[in-house]
Design a protein around this ligand. Structure first.
Ligand code: LLP
Length: 432
């Protein structure tokens, strides 16, 4: 519960609270909503660049941005400009990143079931790192490596560490669909097998223990287990994956990227990782989450004995995280950011499900109601990238703001976009 104004620390770095508006990147959120409509994702470029740069310098060269957290051409180019590589987990992500003009030598390819076409494409373009996940994939590589080309690999290891996070987003434990288990010796065997394939260069090892993690203990534990394999196989690189958590609501606090990097590097040194080994990472959320806010317009206020509902013009189609993980968010009224927030409401979307909740218990100014412009902060990660067209709702537009300017980087999905896959028009010429 909170009656205080929304903490500025949850908003993008350049945020300014005015009496009747909020500026991000020197741009009025009220004007953005008028110009581009709602729901609208707004990203602060300064925050994105600061986080990307911090990630690039917190570890050795070769840090990648986990593009699954938010991907479009503009973000792919931005993170590369700031010195990062881009981690892609599917052919779709790789295709977008290549179309955005990212050099293949900046691409890190992931996936626990890479499709034959995806492997072929990675080989054809010549990616920076190919993260090998399982034995079947090794077989597919063996079939393709004829001695005329080369591939720089990391071997994904499951270190057997339980990260303290939601079950669906923890990945380092033994009982996982990802990677080669360390304890069973399969990880070591994978390194040896790959080394026998002509053209395959095993550059290093990789682990990823989960997502939305708030301390270095899990990384410390994983490093304690993995360093020995790094040393005994003599590889030159170790990637600790992503996972750095962010504060979503008042009262939470997270490490900065700099603190995370320093903590992980110290743990690696303590566990005997030679200084010559490149220590890298691939954060997603920590780069994009806080840079983003979502703007919504309130359409309906409904009072029931238990509570007040505010229905907005978006919902689980633009932010499925509350439904999927029970994730908490805050909200504020854009036209009165400095006001007290005594009104408790449940913010819901417009989808045909009772579970379509965006903020279970939001605190808003007393006068917030129908027509108000409200915003949910920290929605830059895994919102747009997991957005859907449920109920035939188009995905929102995405705007980047910087130095007083706004640029549209993804336009709103139109009615035409939503029928573009229809093959059988059923005689109706407007459908197909
Ligand atoms: N590297 C690998 C191999 C990963 O699987 C992931 C995330 C990352 C890096 C980036 O993790 P991050 O730094 O963003 O925590 N949809 C969920 C999160 C799923 C994360 C999946 N893998 C959510 O909304 O919380």
């Amino acid at each position: 519960m909170s009656s205080r104004p929304i903490p500025r620390s949850l908003l993008p770095d350049t945020t300014t609270f005015l009496e009747d508006d909020v500026e991000v990147g020197g741009v009025s959120l009220v004007h953005l909503a008028e110009r581009f409509g709602t729901p609208l994702f707004v990203y602060d470029e300064a925050t994105l660049r600061q986080r990307a740069r911090a990630a690039a310098t917190a570890f050795s060269p070769g840090v990648a941005f986990a593009s699954k957290s938010f991907l479009c051409g503009a973000i792919a180019r931005l993170v590369v400009e700031e010195g990062l590589c881009v981690d892609v987990a599917t052919g779709g992500e790789m295709d977008l990143v290549l179309r955005a003009g990212v050099e293949p030598s900046r691409i890190v390819v992931h996936g626990n079931n890479k499709l034959p076409d995806e492997i072929d494409q990675a080989l054809a373009v010549g990616v920076h790192r190919f993260v090998v996940d399982n034995e079947n994939e090794i077989d597919r590589l063996r079939e393709r490596m004829d001695g005329t080309r080369s591939l720089d690999c990391l071997v994904r290891v499951t270190p057997g560490v339980e990260a303290h996070t939601h079950e669906f987003i923890k990945t380092g434990q033994e009982d996982s669909k990802f990677g080669f288990s360390l304890a069973s010796g399969r990880a070591r065997a994978a390194v040896e097998t790959l080394r026998e394939i002509p053209g395959v260069r095993v550059r290093g090892l990789h682990f990823h223990i989960g997502s939305q993690i708030f301390d270095v203990a899990g990384y410390d534990e994983a490093l304690a287990r993995v360093v020995e394999l790094v040393v005994s196989t003599g590889v030159e690189e170790l990637c600790v994956g992503g996972g750095l958590g962010v504060a979503y609501v008042e009262g939470e606090s997270a490490m900065t990227i700099e603190e995370w990097g320093a903590g992980v590097r110290a743990a690696a040194a303590r566990h005997g990782l030679p200084e010559s080994v490149r220590l890298t990472a691939e954060p997603g959320r920590a780069i994009v989450a806080q840079a983003g806010v979502t703007l919504y317009r309130v359409g309906v206020v409904k009072d029931v004995p238990q509570r007040r509902y505010l229905a907005v013009d978006g919902g689980m189609s633009d932010n499925p995280r509350p439904v999927l993980y029970g994730s908490g968010y805050e909200a504020f009224d854009v036209t009165q950011p400095l006001a007290e927030r005594p009104q408790a409401v449940r913010i819901v979307g417009r989808h045909c499900e009772s579970g379509d909740v965006l903020v279970d218990e939001a605190w808003l100014p007393q006068s917030t109601g129908v027509g108000s412009l409200i915003a949910t902060p920290v929605t830059g990660a895994y919102g747009y990238s997991m957005a859907s067209n449920y109920n035939r709702v188009g995905r929102p537009a995405v705007v980047f703001v910087a130095n007083g300017n706004a640029r549209l980087v993804l336009r709103r999905e139109s009615a035409d976009d939503l029928v573009r896959l229809e093959v059988d028009s059923g005689g109706n010429s407007s459908l197909g």
